[in-house]
Design a protein around this ligand. Structure first.
Ligand SMILES: [Zn+2]
Ligand SMILES: [Zn+2]
Length: 259
């Protein structure tokens, strides 16, 4: 890989990688849904109003700060008293081919679990204002809101990488693939439009998959729907909003119908 070998070189590399990933993925989503298709009425906006330009500015500014904390990860895990406890490997033969392919879905399951529980914790009244309120300033989120976190929440969100490297064998390529997928799904979650088809939420698989309608409801009502990729924890813990299915049906039935 192109990754520099020095720790500070890696910090710069990860920051630039994070920035480009965000600007490209959120930028494409914004151009398509907030400019090109804005008046086309092909996809129905989950909330009818549009965010103000001040919202976009806040979302982009804080997202850029968040990447500083992601960029510091290689510096921390290279510290001499931390490095021996990490499980990063670079020789693909060190673990089986099966594990190589299973690691990615495993990372999604671990991240979803980590996200659900830290997210619920951040909604506790003792910490909500200081840690998580900034993300909830986007009551009508745009794709730029995907990483709009306070510095404290940025530490929590970037710490999922520490969880991976301390608990499972992981290759740099898997971490990079994960970061790209995580960004894309995060942008989709804050898109303001639903991309999954009608009745997806009622299929055997779709029932367990998180959707943009689901996360948009979380931003609108500030409670329930705490998951990221899946609805498993929300369903198991009884935190899925009761009118989620009805809301999903309403929005998706208006997609492609000229509203
Ligand atoms: Zn929240
Ligand atoms: Zn959000």
């Amino acid at each position: 890989m192109l990754m520099p070998s020095s720790a500070w070189g890696q910090v710069v590399f990860i920051f630039v990688f994070s920035l480009l990933r965000y600007l490209v993925i959120a930028g494409i989503a914004f151009c398509i849904f907030y400019i090109l298709l804005k008046h086309k009425k092909i996809f129905y906006k989950i909330q009818q109003r549009w965010p103000a330009s001040g919202d976009y500015k806040r979302e982009v500014t804080y997202s850029l700060f968040t990447f500083v904390f992601f960029a510091l990860v290689p510096l921390v895990i290279k510290l001499p008293f931390i490095k021996p406890y990490t499980h990063i490997y670079t020789d693909i033969h060190q673990h089986s081919r099966l594990y190589f392919w299973l690691a990615f879905p495993l990372m999604l399951v671990i991240h979803d679990t980590y996200f659900y529980w830290t997210h619920r914790l951040m909604h506790h009244p003792l910490v909500f204002k200081r840690v998580h309120l900034l993300h909830h300033k986007s009551t009508n989120p745009s794709p730029w809101a995907a990483f709009a976190f306070s510095p404290a929440e940025a530490i929590v969100e970037s710490s999922v990488i520490y969880v991976f490297v301390f608990t499972i064998p992981v290759m740099p390529i898997q971490l990079f693939s994960f970061l790209i997928f995580m960004t894309a799904y995060n942008v989709y979650g804050h898109l303001g439009f639903e991309l999954y088809p009608k009745n997806f939420n009622r299929t055997a698989i779709g029932k367990w998959i998180n959707t943009s309608v689901n996360h948009n409801m979380h931003h609108q009502y500030f409670k329930g729907n705490y998951g990221l990729y899946f609805t498993v924890w929300d369903r198991v813990m009884g935190t899925l909003q009761k009118d989620y299915d009805a809301h999903f049906d309403t929005i998706t039935s208006k997609n492609f119908s000229k509203n």
